[in-house]
Design a binder for this molecule. Sequence first.
Ligand code: 3PG
Length: 214
Amino acid sequence: MSQATATDFVIDAAPVIPVVVIEDASKAADLAKALVAGGLPCIEITLRTAAAMDALEAVASVEGAIPGVGTVVSPQQLEAAKQAGAQFAVSPGHTTTLLDTADALGLPYLPGAATPAEMQGLMERGYKNLKFFPAEASGGAAYLKNFASVFKTIRFCPTGGVSLKNMHEYLSLPNVDVVGGSWVCPKSAVETSNWDELTTLAKEAIKAAHAINA
Ligand code: 3PG
């Protein structure tokens, strides 16, 4: 079955998807608990460290967490992530192989796109939710706004250079309901196990997002 329309629960869970880079899998459960406590249940563990798959498995055991895997660039990673408990997967871009593998595995998939041609290709496959990456470097909210009227069915999750400071630029667009970012999970806080800081950052992000739509 196609995973083209299966990611609504990821997009709708909260206004921010924390993008996590983790070096020590033993910290993953506490990290996830802190983000869930702050109101951000979807957690994207990026496959940029040796600890990522174990971390994903730990996040999957946390009550209330919606574990996801990010920076996926190979079908093998999709398979391993599903095995480790990922409920969704995210890629910076996409390939036919990855789209086919996500379909075969039944793993909800958020593929990346930054150009109109890439977006149209994914629309042809039935995709409605896409990651817009790298958001700021690709032209930011001013660029993304152009697609609201031409690709009316597409919702984007902008990621890459998004922060508390500029998230309102994206979340006020009609084609954006969620942004992704690492700012809610800073490396320094993870290194020092400062879980309160993560909860505070998560709450702060949600408050700012609600203020936009108020
Ligand atoms: C990603 O993997 O989506 C981005 O690298 C996250 O970008 P950020 O660190 O600028 O939030």
